[in-house]
Design a protein around this ligand. Structure first.
Ligand code: 0A1
Ligand code: ZN
Length: 849
């Protein structure tokens, strides 16, 4: 058990460890409840570190033996680790501990999933395997010997030797302990190979449970594409003889970039057309790439301490989004990323959990694997690239790899590389890393005698611990159109550095229409009271696809706000403009599908809140329903033609072209269902030969309340496929009406297949409830109570997943007094639980503060 009183750790307190580790030799003798780990570690004092006691982290370990230079020692043991007197010079540390992977339900350290041994060491899991300086700035080479009867035994690096009942691995690249991994079990591999650009042969494997072999081909192709892309775009080659990927069913996150041995949540790597949707395929491709790209941005160059997490995560998310843009449609990817940023990061940045991209303090680092660190961290890289330009960006990245290869680096190092490579002063830009909150950007315009002036003002609302904010550097990409809809000034990046700043454009013959924040060039809330006519004009004419989409989204937001607050009717002028875009078959179907999508209900709640209203979830539900109904009725005659256009006749491929068509088809089907009560959806459900079509049809049937037979048929067809069953659980909550959502969730938690200790299954049920805006916010609080009941139950087994899911409550202060009181009561009930984990304790106390 961890100490009950949580410790706050501060960035400002960083001190280096007093010793370097030359090498680590581990022998792991596997046994479900009595695994022995023997460690032999060479330490040498480092002269440049402040004097300190010799301390090794270690949690939930039974120490059997410890020795220094061969002589037995008796260290002093606490729940966090051990201290021991050590010689002044270099020495060999030996220890043997016992651990029980079969009892490890937290899924951190060495644990078991379906009879297979696996590890998760980021951020601080290695200390549950052996005593060690478990901090990312301690880097060492590892040799690992695994003993056990399991047919497959894997660790990091290259295979060194093996025999009956043992295998040895050697990783020549010094690495921090969080990148350690070990896997053993009865696994099957899907093999592949790759030749790097300098001619090195690399063996590739995807390891899965027997039965899953048929779901690996796509992941393997994605891996090869990622390897090629990183060579071509960043000049980065792979550096071992072998690259292994393993799929595990029980995993707290998506995947993990352990050196040479990536471990994946099976939902993020296994795919087949029958069982995976187009969205699953796209996500798998991105996550394979993300973990692979970490080999350079994360592993070869790692983080000095966990405050620097965005150094590897922001950059790697940015790189994987570049990869997806290159593999698919850059415009569609950018719009999807912004939708996700607004859905996940904006609420975080505007509520009690707000923190800087580089936090300055934490209690439990696992609580900081957030949308802010990852997605806002990636936006910061994107802004940097826009400010310095592509050429300088890649020059800076070359310097980063050259200067810091093998280092545990900081954001200061990263910024200095850019300053040295480009000659720019980035001290103000650096505020993006230290200042939390989403800046608000307002704009006014003036036109006289051919000169057009845009004046911007930026302010950032206070966030926890940061009442006052300084102006940030905002790259504002702007283009100007003339009244005929022609672009007269192509995209130009205005570099805003002041709280208020004007930019002028000369020589214009008429007052132009500005297209501001093209490509969403900075993660801000743009406040602009432009006339609806101007937005409609941009919807029709903007050359920037993002802003074309955004102008429609703005009109949709205004329309929904008016519907909710004034009982207005849907805005027909907007729907006419939107219809012209949707009809335009020269446009990418994926883009048109995004145009048809419209804001989610939580986005409408967010917008209402930003505009000073208290969002009423039931009124939001009604407004969204009548808007969708109005769209369906208006476009009655258009829908069949669109459905025809969206039909795919060739064999299934999860590529951008086909999935774009299917996305359009599913947007159309959702509207058609409102007119035909589910007839078309039933037909599609019956004939579907891939999961994308099957699931979108099922969603429509659930939405229409005509789902009993279809849900049963789907269950019977897929009951043996756990990943598909996750979809079955989630969908019937996600697509149902608010009145049914909490009851359905409660009923599904009684289902025999509801294995709540599996994080995927838990999230597919309770996460689906949390994401059902009106269902979760049921007026009587039963949604809140149900979620809190389950969070309390899960916390005793799996603190990490519980703590992450507490963020469902992060917007609680946005709602009316009654709902606030109900949510607060549930948070207080969780907080008061005896034995609550430090992870969940920290989250709940931040939420309540
Ligand atoms: N570094 C991984 C994400 C990850 C983080 C923490 C984990 O356990 C607490 C597991 C995975 C990535 O960015 O993909
Ligand atoms: Zn990552």
């Amino acid at each position: 058990m961890k100490d009950a009183s949580p410790q706050t750790i501060h960035l400002a307190d960083y001190t280096p460890f007093g010793w370097t580790v030359r090498d680590v030799h581990l022998t792991v003798k596997l046994s479900p409840r009595a695994t022995r780990v023997v460690a032999r570690i060479h330490f040498a004092p480092r002269g440049d570190a402040p004097a300190q006691d010799f301390f090794l982290h270690g949690e939930e370990l039974t120490l059997l033996r410890a020795a220094i230079d061969g002589a037995e020692v008796t260290p002093e043991i606490t729940p966090q680790g051990l201290t021991c007197p050590v010689p002044d010079g270099p020495f060999l540390w030996e220890s043997e501990v016992e651990i029980a992977p079969a009892d490890n339900t937290a899924l951190e350290g060495l644990y078991m999933s379906n009879g297979m041994y696996c590890t998760q060491c980021e951020a601080e899991g290695f200390r549950k395997i052996t005593y060690y300086p478990d901090r990312p700035d301690v880097m060492a080479t590892f040799t690992v010997r695994i003993e056990g009867d399991e047919p497959v035994k894997l660790s990091n690096g290259n295979p060194a030797d093996s025999g009956a009942g043992w295998a040895e691995w050697h990783d020549p690249w010094p690495k921090p302990a969080y990148l350690f991994a070990l896997v053993a079990g009865d696994l099957r591999n899907h093999p592949g190979s790759f030749t790097t650009k300098s001619g090195k042969e690399v063996e590739l494997n995807i390891w899965v449970r027997p039965g899953d072999e048929g779901k690996c081909a796509f992941g393997m192709e994605a891996l090869k594409k990622s390897m090629t892309w990183d060579e071509e775009v960043y000049g980065r080659e792979y550096d071992l003889d072998i690259f292994n990927v393993v799929a595990v069913d029980d995993f707290n996150m998506g995947a993990m970039e352990n050196k040479g041995l990536n471990i994946f949540n099976s939902s993020c790597v296994l795919a087949s057309p029958e069982t995976s949707t187009d969205a699953n395929f796209e996500r798998i491709e991105a996550i394979i790439a993300h973990e692979y790209f970490h080999n350079w941005t994360g592993n070869r160059i790692t983080c000095r301490d966990w405050f620097q997490l965005c150094l590897k995560e922001g950059l790697t998310v940015y790189r994987d989004s570049q990869f997806t843009s290159d593999m698919r449609s850059a415009e569609v990817k950018r719009i999807s990323d912004v939708i996700a940023l607004r859905a996940r990061q904006f609420p975080e940045d505007q509520g009690p959990l707000a923190h800087p991209v580089r936090p300055e303090s934490f209690q439990e680092i696992n609580n900081f694997y957030t949308a802010t660190v990852y997605e806002k961290g990636a936006e910061v890289i994107g802004m940097l690239k826009r400010l310095v330009g592509d050429e300088e960006y890649y020059k800076a990245l070359d310097l980063y790899f050259e200067r810091h290869d093998g280092d545990a680096a900081t954001i200061e190092d990263w910024i200095r590389v850019f300053e040295d490579a480009t000659g720019r002063d980035l001290s103000q830009f650096k505020r993006w890393y230290s200042q939390a909150g989403t800046p608000r950007l307002s704009v006014s315009e003036d036109f006289s005698e051919g000169t057009y002036t845009l004046t911007f003002r930026q302010t950032t609302p206070p966030t926890p611990g940061q009442p006052d904010k300084a102006p940030q550097v905002l790259p504002i990409a702007v283009g100007l159109l003339n009244p005929n809809g022609h672009e007269v000034v192509p995209t130009t990046v205005l570099e805003m550095t002041e709280a208020e700043q004007s930019f002028t454009f000369e020589g214009l013959s008429a007052k132009p229409v500005p297209s501001i924040l093209r490509g969403f060039s900075a993660p801000v809330v743009l406040e602009r009271d432009s006339a609806p006519e101007e937005r409609a004009f941009l919807l029709a004419h903007d050359t920037d696809a993002f802003n074309r989409w955004e102008s429609s989204r703005d009109l949709a937001r205004d329309c929904l706000v008016a519907m909710v607050t004034e009982g207005a009717a849907p805005d027909t002028a907007w729907l006419d403009g939107l219809e012209r875009v949707i009809r335009d078959d020269t446009l990418d179907p994926a883009f048109r599908a995004l145009m048809m999508g419209g804001p989610t209900q939580s986005e409408t709640a967010q917008v209402l809140h930003e505009r000073g209203h208290v969002p009423d979830p039931d009124a939001i539900w009604d407004a969204h329903e009548s808007l969708r109904q109005a769209m369906a009725e208006r476009w009655q005659d258009l829908l069949p033609a669109l459905a025809e256009e969206a039909r795919v006749t060739e064999a299934y491929r999860p590529d951008a072209a086909q999935s774009g068509k299917r996305a359009l088809g599913s947007a159309v089907l959702a509207l058609q269902t409102r007119l035909d009560g589910g007839k078309a959806a039933e037909a599609q459900f019956a004939s579907a030969d891939n999961m994308t079509l099957q699931l979108s049809a099922l969603a429509c049937l659930v939405q229409a309340g005509r789902d009993e037979a279809a849900l049963r048929a789907f269950h019977d067809q897929w009951q043996d496929d756990r990943l598909v069953m996750d979809k079955w659980f989630a969908l019937q909550i996600a697509a149902t009406t608010p009145d049914k959502a909490p009851e359905r969730t409660a009923a599904l938690t009684e289902h025999p297949a509801f294995d709540w200790t599996n994080p995927n299954r838990f999230r597919s049920v309770l996460g689906a409830l949390a994401m059902h805006h009106t269902g979760f916010h049921a007026k009587d609080g039963r949604g809140y109570k149900l979620l809190a009941d389950w969070l309390i139950k899960l916390d005793a087994k799996n603190p990490q997943t519980t703590a992450r899911m507490c963020s469902a409550f992060q917007t609680w202060k946005r709602y009316d007094a009654d709902r606030q009181a109900l949510m607060k009561a549930q948070l207080e009930r969780i907080a008061a639980r005896p034995g609550l984990s430090p992870d969940t304790g920290e989250m709940v106390s931040r939420l309540l503060s």
